[in-house]
Design a protein around this ligand. Structure first.
Ligand SMILES: O=c1ccn([C@@H]2O[C@H](COP(=O)(O)OP(=O)(O)O[C@H]3O[C@H](CO)[C@@H](O)[C@H](O)[C@H]3O)[C@@H](O)[C@H]2O)c(=O)[nH]1
Length: 460
């Protein structure tokens, strides 16, 4: 029977997990990789010929999703409903293959609880974020014990070995409200990670040196020894997008490292008031820019949108202040909705990136050597901004007021600071060093390469 490693991804983190699958095959060609997921698309199957896909039923929850916390809760609850199907599928796979390991996304934690007592297969967690974020995850059970109020009602700093101190207001909203069930899902996941065969993390050693050291010394958390950790990143940086796009032609005509790229991930949207304010700051800064603009979310006092998707086309004339488009037409380019981010970041004309601090965006910018300006919106992005500025030192952060509103003046100042040859020098040098370190980490003998070898060895 052939040996196989089974991946069990969560839809939002699929691409990174498939990259991990491809790396496992590369490091261990005698092992096959099987991916069990709901409805894999034909596009995904054909783009990943080295991975065998087995579909699970696409289930939906009986209760409606009415809030962002409900939505995140559903990422745990759907795998929970699918547990019997997953179990049956694994039994079927084991008739023809030796399952050496099951790697589950952290959102699939219910599978850990269901399968641990039923199957004798080592279960690993895949942590789509970095070492700092993972350390916070491991600390959750302790934090839960130490405080009795919700973080949203406290003004404290979360202090974890090896990790910059995170103010409670910057912690992910899903961890801030003990009365919502999603809080407990995360705490339980943190507890189970200690019992797992290991945790696979999408980062590399030199990017987050202090957090990595604390985790490697296994003193990160507290009463129990840290589980084995494998830093196998940066994953999913597969090179430039091949697609032609007029923004790339426009970039060809711009001076080297002169353009600021603005993009806020797959779901980031702003209120129309915030978009206007941003445009004013950008215009005053005088810098060249390439901006991926989404239709604004329904009006409210602040940004931090959560629901618009790439399919909603914005009407630029109604979004921007009068005169903005005309006044910046010689130095600005607007992409409506989805931008070819990898190709943009790797274009020589790009010299800065205003990002929502999604983990993949941070890794992509690091690998392209582009310094960042962190403007986080939701999920764990505010926490990532703290790590970006204080641990990685690869970017600056914009300062928002207590309603998460960023003024035109603040934005202008930070943009100028980032793009200015002198003021932005330190982060630019640091990010170039990180770019080289990422290449070294992935090459033979590098930290990521060695971690992959250790990981596949542990499967034996
Ligand atoms: O116009 C766009 C917008 C995004 N992207 C790509 O989409 C991905 C975005 O990923 P990421 O930066 O991680 O942001 P989100 O998609 O918003 O990611 C979610 O999941 C991440 C973990 O994987 C978290 O860190 C984020 O907070 C959470 O919002 C990247 O590969 C980008 O290159 C584009 O190509 N064009």
């Amino acid at each position: 029977m052939e040996d196989t490693v089974v991946l069990y991804p969560s839809p939002g983190h699929l691409s990174s997990m498939l990259e991990l699958g491809k790396l496992i095959v590369k490091h261990h060609p005698s092992v096959s990789v099987t991916c069990i997921m709901s409805n894999p698309s034909t596009e995904i199957v054909s783009a990943n010929p080295s991975i065998t896909f087995i579909p699970l039923p696409k289930l939906s929850l009986p209760t409606p999703i009415t809030s962002f916390l409900d939505l995140v809760a559903s990422f745990f609850e759907i795998p929970n409903l699918n547990n019997p199907n997953l179990y049956q599928t694994l039994l079927n796979v084991s008739k023809s293959s030796n399952i050496k390991a099951l790697v589950i996304d952290f959102f699939c934690n219910p599978a850990f609880e269901f399968l641990s007592s039923r199957l004798d297969i080592p279960i690993y967690y895949f942590n789509s974020s970095g070492a700092c974020g993972f350390s916070i995850f491991l600390y959750l059970p302790t934090l839960d014990k130490n405080i009795s109020k919700s973080l949203k009602d406290l003004d404290i700093v979360v202090d974890v070995p090896g990790v910059p101190k995170v103010p409670s207001k910057d912690m992910p909203p899903v961890l801030c409200d003990r009365s919502h069930r999603v809080y407990q899902y995360f705490v339980d996941t943190g507890k189970n990670m200690f019992k797992s065969a290991g945790v696979i993390i999408n980062t590399f050693e030199l990017l987050e040196p202090n957090a990595v050291k604390a985790l490697q010394e296994r003193n990160c958390s507290l009463n129990e020894p840290t589980p084995p950790v494998y830093f196998v990143g940066p994953l999913a940086i597969t090179g430039e997008s091949k697609k032609e796009h007029e923004c790339l032609t426009w970039l060809d005509s711009q001076p080297s490292s002169s353009v600021l790229y603005l993009c806020f991930g797959s779901m980031g949207v702003f209120s129309s008031i915030q978009l206007k304010e941003m445009a004013i700051g950008l215009e005053k800064s005088g810098v060249r820019f390439l901006w991926a603009v989404r239709a604004p979310k329904l009006d409210g006092p602040t940004q931090a949108g959560k629901t618009n998707t790439r399919s909603t086309e914005p009407c630029l004339e109604s979004i921007f202040p009068e005169g903005f488009l005309d006044g910046t037409k010689d130095r600005g380019f607007i992409v409506k909705s989805w931008a070819p981010q990898l190709a943009i970041l790797n274009h020589g004309s790009v010299g800065g990136f205003v990002t929502h601090c999604g983990w993949k965006s941070i890794l992509e910018a690091v690998c392209a050597g582009v310094p960042m300006l962190g403007w986080p919106l939701y999920a764990e992005q505010k926490m990532n901004r703290v790590f970006l500025v204080e641990e990685m030192k690869a970017g600056l952060g914009v300062r928002a007021d207590k309603d998460d509103f960023v003024s035109a003046g603040e934005f202008e100042e930070r943009v100028v600071e980032l793009m200015n040859a002198k003021k932005g020098e330190a982060v630019r040098e640091r990010v170039m060093a990180l770019k080289e370190a990422a290449v070294v980490a992935k090459s033979e003998g590098g930290s990521t390469f060695v971690a992959m070898d250790k990981l596949v060895d542990s499967f034996k």
